[in-house]
Ligand binder design. Structure first.
Ligand code: HEC
Ligand code: HEC
Length: 332
């Protein structure tokens, strides 16, 4: 009897240890994270969402326009997938209305992952691990709906408000930023007129605006008009948020500007950089007349919006995003 009890006890302890080592995702966010980093969602299993949305570049990449499956060139720049939980439309032209809907777009897009959503779902259903995980999290088999739900939940977790700017503005730590940043913020709100479009907690309110990057010739992406059908929307794009903006070069829907400096030079005199654009916003009708020092101050302000978890390690050329648990647990 005693032996039997000891045997039972050992079994219980062993099971306990096994359970504690089990690395199953426990919730939607964890499952979404696995899917985000898993090439299983592309036709030939070579790319994942994270191939273009890289953590170290604030979930964007360094190409002017994106590179998809088999090196296929997309025609737009990869935006950051961080700090988008408050957005109400997605993509540069706002063609998706929810993150759930958005997440399925790149899977099926022929120049991105090129896998019909139906097939993606079938793949997950026939994969024992995923089938199991979806049962645990959703109490049902993988479907287009819960696939979108899991990825969207992960994306909503990618919020960053731990920047020097936040410390200065919201924690009232006067030492958190330099004088240049403070001057830059004042210029952003005043002479630079940036605040007319970039406002709110992530410095965007998701409005569609035309800043003058469409001329119907070599700059031929007409943006929002293709979705809304309204001529007044010609050349308009979604105003992007500016959190971690220093991490996401190159800039704009077409990746036309390589640095923040180039962006500020453009805003200073749009007509000089891109003459004869069509339907440019009236807020950008006249040159701003910024001095070089003022331009540098605005740049310093934008750099202060970088979350502190982006760190440059010793001897490294590029930043890393620390403390974000973003590695897929599944090894191929
Ligand atoms: C081949 C590169 C590539 C891959 C792979 C990719 N994306 Fe994207 N992503 C882009 C590009 C380019 C855009 C902008 C497209 C547009 O506006 O037309 C975008 C836009 C987005 C946006 C909209 C952000 C905003 O501010 O509106 C989100 C969110 C996003 N992608 C998430 C994902 C998810 C989730 C996956 C995987 C299922 C994924 N992406 C796969 C390149 C990629
Ligand atoms: C009339 C509205 C408007 C004004 C004013 C404005 N912006 Fe923008 N901003 C936009 C829009 C819209 C885009 C995206 C345009 C595109 O890709 O075609 C953008 C893009 C950007 C980008 C690139 C974002 C990215 O992810 O690629 C930066 C940086 C930026 N703006 C900073 C500024 C600064 C600094 C000022 C002031 C000097 C300013 N903006 C003034 C609407 C505006």
């Amino acid at each position: 009897m005693k032996r039997y009890l000891i045997f039972c006890l050992i079994i219980v302890v062993l099971v306990g240890i096994l359970v504690s080592f089990r690395e199953d995702p426990l919730n939607k966010v964890e499952l979404g994270r696995m899917l985000f980093f898993d090439p299983i969602l592309s036709r030939n299993k070579t790319i994942s969402c994270a191939s273009c949305h890289l953590p170290e570049f604030a979930f964007s990449d360094t190409n002017a326009t994106s590179l998809g499956i088999d090196g296929r060139k997309g025609n737009r720049n990869t935006p950051s997938a961080m700090n988008i939980s408050l957005h109400n439309s997605f993509f540069w032209d706002g063609r998706a209305n929810s993150l759930e809907e958005q997440a399925l777009g790149p899977i099926a897009n022929p120049s991105e992952m090129d896998l019909p959503v139906k097939e993606a779902v079938l793949r997950l259903q026939t994969d024992r691990t995923y089938n199991n995980y979806f049962e645990i999290v959703f109490n049902s088999k993988p479907s287009a709906t819960n696939l979108g739900e899991a990825i969207a939940a992960y994306e909503r977790s990618l919020e960053t408000s731990n920047s020097p700017f936040d410390n200065w503005k919201f924690s009232e730590d006067d030492q958190a930023v330099s004088e240049a940043v403070k001057r830059g913020f004042a210029l952003f709100n005043g002479k630079g007129k940036c605040i007319k479009c970039h406002f709110g907690s992530d410095l965007t309110q998701n409005e569609f605006r035309n800043i003058g990057l469409f001329n119907g010739m070599e700059l031929n992406d007409s943006g929002r008009v293709k979705i809304s059908g309204k001529m007044e929307d010609i050349g308009k794009f979604k105003t992007p948020g500016l959190r971690n903006i220093a991490m996401t070069a190159p800039y704009m829907h077409n990746g036309i500007f390589k640095s923040l400096k180039e962006v500020i030079d453009f805003y200073d005199d749009p007509e000089k950089v891109i003459p004869n654009s069509i339907n440019r916003d009236s807020a950008l009708a006249k040159p701003l007349g910024l001095t070089e020092k003022e331009k540098a101050d605005i740049e310093a302000f934008m750099i202060s919006l970088t979350d502190k978890r982006f760190v440059m390690e010793k001897g490294m050329q590029s930043y890393r995003l620390q403390g974000f648990p973003y590695n897929s647990r599944r090894l191929y």
